[in-house]
Design a protein around this ligand. Structure first.
Ligand SMILES: [Zn+2]
Length: 433
């Protein structure tokens, strides 16, 4: 190949990927909130949406101009419950942390290529992975890491082999399972574990606040941990300006968590009507997931005990969705896919569309999730995103098809996401020049 030509094409590529100014013309804008489309043009400068107009925008001279071809322009998607390092297949059993890390590389790529420009890691992933993505070492979405999940002994994050020594009772680390969980009992250990996560770069803290499906020793009805321990975690997170999200299913567990300062409940499938009302009254979020619960039963390696627990929580799923709608509880968009199930990510869109309109699902995956991300308060270093607004971070998708009418177009991001921009940087562009 002609060397000059090669340089020219490389220069062209990097100009479109790294340009300071990008003008996207001729699009129909979904702003992340309203279920309608406004024809217009969008100017992005230094990673920020600087101008939105239905009139022609005069771009700076050096701007890259993209003809959006009347496509739908949407904010990038957000998943509130991801485990980037949680995808070692269960059938493979215990594996060294390097295996989880290697797979996480594929998981991160899959999320960004599916249009997810931001994820909140709901525990397990070391904050260093978020940093590596931010530095460009690894390709993936912006990550809000929670660090190691906090679990009491015998709780939902105690994934040790039955005969493994208790880290509290033997010399050794409290960190287990490739540092993805930390076993803590007592107020002091909760304070220390939260502070350690924050020291490493966690933007919020995840605790196991009740029995769960994928752990072997804790019945679903079990309450975890004690009120004083919950308060300790909330206090230490709050002292850094952030919040605690907690895994929980039952009304009793959810009430205990709320009464002790937790602002975001994960799952919540078994709550009753009065507890849903209490959630709303206290302005608490329930981040819940659909696909994972329906697909888990077919996952190779799932045990009989886990299947029994899965059946218990699944009984409440449709009821919970009804309660979220009845009391207009903030829920956002989240998947909690684990054990290698991440290719099912975009199935969550169509599964939700069985209960919500496509416009509502898209708002969940953009503006509503972004509000929950911003609960990280002073630890949110990335600014505002999740809506198409002047002054906000330019996380932008151009979509082939009409997602507000037929959300299933999002099931095929390889063909239907024509452009993906994260923080003003184009990471995919299939629009013919
Ligand atoms: Zn989870």
């Amino acid at each position: 190949m002609n060397r000059v030509l090669l340089f020219a094409s490389l220069a062209c590529l990097s100009a479109s990927a790294l340009a300071d100014s990008i003008l996207i013309e001729n699009v129909r804008i979904f702003n992340g909130v309203d279920a309608n489309l406004a024809p217009g043009n969008v100017l992005i400068e230094d990673g920020i949406i600087s101008r939105i107009s239905s009139e022609t925008i005069n771009a700076p001279e050096d701007a890259v101009v993209i003809d959006g071809g009347n496509r739908v322009l949407s904010p990038g998607f957000i998943d509130l419950h991801v485990h980037l390092t949680g995808h070692v297949p269960f059938s493979q059993g215990d594996a060294h942390a390097t295996v989880a890390g290697a797979i996480a590389n594929d998981v991160a790529r899959h999320f960004l290529d599916s249009g997810f420009t931001t994820v909140r890691d709901a525990g397990g992933t070391h904050p260093d992975l978020a940093r590596a993505i931010e530095l460009g070492t690894i390709y993936g979405p912006r990550v809000y890491p929670s660090g190691a999940v906090l679990s009491q002994t015998g709780g939902h994050g105690d994934w040790r082999h039955p005969s493994a020594p208790n880290p509290m009772l033997e010399d050794g680390s409290h960190y287990i399972y490739g540092d993805q969980a930390v076993i803590v009992d007592g107020v002091d250990q909760h304070l220390a574990a939260v502070r350690e996560n924050l020291r490493l770069g966690a933007t919020q803290i995840k605790i196991m606040g009740g029995g769960g499906v994928m752990s072997d020793y804790d019945p679903i009805h079990s309450l975890q941990p004690s009120p004083a321990e919950i308060r300790a975690a909330v206090q230490a997170a709050g002292d850094f300006g952030t919040y605690v999200l907690a895994h929980a299913y039952t009304s009793e567990a959810v009430r205990r968590l709320i009464d002790n300062g937790v602002r975001c409940i994960e799952h919540g499938l078994l709550i009753d009507d009065a507890t849903a009302k209490y959630v709303k009254k206290n302005n608490v979020v329930i981040s819940t997931q659909l696909v994972v619960y329906r697909a888990l039963k077919d996952l190779p390696g799932i045990t009989g005990t886990q299947l029994e627990k899965l059946a218990i929580v699944l009984q409440g799923q449709e009821n919970l969705i009804g309660l979220i709608k009845k009391y207009d509880i903030t829920t956002g968009f989240s998947t909690d896919l684990i054990g290698g199930m991440y290719p099912m990510l975009t199935r969550e869109f169509t599964e939700r569309a069985l209960y919500w309109t496509p416009g509502e699902v898209l708002a969940q995956a953009t503006s509503e999730s972004a509000k929950i991300i911003r609960m990280a308060g002073k630890l949110n270093r990335h600014g505002n995103f999740g809506e198409i607004r002047e002054g906000w971070v330019a996380d932008i998708l151009l979509i082939n098809g009409e997602p507000l009418e037929d959300i299933s177009v999002l099931r095929d991001p390889a063909n239907n996401l024509a452009l993906i921009m994260k923080g003003g940087k184009i990471v995919k562009n299939q629009i013919p020049q």
